[in-house]
Write a protein that binds this ligand. Structure first.
Ligand SMILES: *[C@@H]1O[C@H](CO)[C@@H](O)[C@H](O)[C@H]1NC(C)=O
Ligand SMILES: *[C@@H]1O[C@H](CO)[C@@H](O)[C@H](O)[C@H]1NC(C)=O
Length: 457
């Protein structure tokens, strides 16, 4: 009772009133003190961690920003010893045009930091992070060229066991027409390694392929996405054997009985193995398909069960799809500025990112957001490396973005590339209509381990 006379007891009495229980009062007080103490301690801990993390991020940002500062020292620091075929593009020098420089017109190519000569493709470095991708001795090698027709347009598929790359010519352009499908060919990267250039071998028309425009590996086969020709030959997905006689099987040619518009490109989800493909209306634009009947959207097809569903819509021209290495993020190039056979630069030439619904059967594309808007031409084929960096085929070559959509650099070839394909570690094949380039650098394409593929030695 003596303790009841202390100030603590006075507060305890208030406690009594509040709690209506004599015995509980001291316990309550203790609990309140402890609770308050732990809240204070927890709050300061959270505050400490948050401010520590903020300081870390700020330091990282400042270190990064420093690389772009227009002070000779900051830039010189990491650009010292850049390989000859690399050009540093200093963002800060781009902010205001020099009085004598002409404005760039939407269809032209922008070459900051250098004047472009077709003889010399270059790596344009916009961010120090690009150096990790390039490594010590990056190169861009012209391995095949044929100015007679656009043989190297789309559907690049690297087949590891033979180290060959398949590709198709530009559908709707000669020699293809409403009367004739486009040309499928292949080249050998081993030949390119041995001789510096590779022979392009045309493959005899494969009966099920009509106006091929996209391709990717599916198990141990080539999956070709075909735009279709006229109304007699509908758009299809077809599997083709990678070796002669290249026999094939159509695995999809309709949506609930309807023909697709003109299927364009596909990627396989790294976890579910479902096929995701896009259906813009370029067949109509190119006068080799009837007017479209379906929206321009993205589909998911399970080749095992046959189930098909739409996972995203609302695009101008849905083009190249891609997934992050973990399959949780989807990307889509909207090439809407290539519009009605011409070019409307006010329409999207934008890469969007989505979260992929974690339900492996649904896999709806959620939370659409802008990933990047490309400055030249349209974004077309997209591929990712093992670190989640994204490579987009565009109007002046390949644009390389960090997983957050920051432009790290360009593999600048000065003309359009419609699609690209990694050929394992350190090699990227760039299709450029009448040319094929082989880029050698430090990056590695998303693993094909899920198909159990290994490269010919
Ligand atoms: C842009 O440049 C192209 C080729 O030089 C030209 O045909 C076109 O008229 C120009 N457009 C504008 C808006 O200046
Ligand atoms: C090609 O033919 C072989 C032998 O008939 C068959 O096992 C294989 O599945 C065929 N491949 C395709 C893609 O149709």
């Amino acid at each position: 009772m003596a303790r009841a006379q202390t100030p603590v007891a006075a507060r305890t009495r208030q406690g009594i009133k509040l709690s209506n229980g004599n015995n509980k009062s001291r316990v309550d007080l203790k609990a309140i003190v402890w609770r308050t103490l732990s809240i204070v301690i927890l709050a300061s801990l959270v505050n400490y961690v948050t401010s520590w993390r903020y300081k870390q991020k700020k330091a990282a940002y400042e270190a990064h920003a420093g690389t772009h500062a227009n002070t000779a020292d900051a830039v010189h620091d990491w650009t010292r010893g850049l390989p000859k075929n690399c050009v540093l593009v200093d963002w800060k020098s781009l902010g205001v045009r020099n009085a004598q420089d002409p404005w760039k017109n939407a269809t032209e190519i922008f070459t900051p930091g250098h004047t472009f000569s077709h003889a010399e493709p270059v790596f344009q470095i916009f961010d120090r992070g690009f150096l990790d991708i390039l490594g010590d001795a990056p190169s861009i090698q012209l391995i095949a060229e044929n100015n007679a027709y656009m043989f190297a347009h789309e559907a690049p598929i690297w087949y590891p066991p033979t180290d060959e790359v398949f590709m198709c010519s530009n559908a709707g352009h000669p020699p293809s027409s409403l009367e004739r499908t486009n040309v499928l060919s292949k080249l050998s990267l081993q030949e390119a390694a041995a001789k510096g250039t590779a022979t392009v071998t045309e493959i005899q028309p494969i009966p099920t392929l009509e106006m091929t425009n996209g391709g990717t590996l599916f198990m141990d086969k080539l999956l070709f996405v075909n735009s279709g020709r006229g109304s007699t030959f509908p758009p299809t997905l077809a599997l083709v054997e990678p070796l002669p006689p290249y026999n094939s099987t159509v695995i999809l040619d309709n949506y609930f009985g309807m023909q697709f518009n003109s299927l364009n490109d596909a990627k396989v989800h790294p976890v579910s193995k479902a096929i995701f493909f896009t259906d813009p209306t370029y067949g109509d634009v190119g006068n080799f398909r009837p007017p479209p009947q379906l929206p321009r959207q993205v589909y998911r097809f399970d080749a095992e069960t046959g189930e098909i569903r739409v996972v995203a819509d609302g695009f101008s021209m849905p083009n190249g799809p891609a997934f992050s290495p973990d399959g949780r993020t989807a990307y889509l190039a909207d090439s809407g500025s290539a519009w009605k056979g011409g070019y409307d630069s006010t329409r999207p030439q934008t890469i969007y990112a989505f979260d992929v619904d974690s339900d492996l059967r649904a896999q709806t594309w959620l939370n659409r957001r802008v990933f990047a808007y490309v400055d030249t031409g349209i974004p077309d084929g997209l591929v990712l490396d093992t670190k989640g960096n994204l490579y987009a085929a565009t109007g002046d070559g390949v644009h390389v973005f960090s997983p957050r959509g920051i432009l790290l650099g360009k593999i600048f070839i000065g003309s359009t590339s419609a699609n690209i394909a990694f050929a394992g570690k350190g090699r990227l094949v760039v299709l450029a209509e009448t040319k094929v380039f082989l880029v050698k650098f430090a990056a590695e394409g998303m693993s094909l381990d899920f198909w159990g593929m290994s490269r010919a030695s």
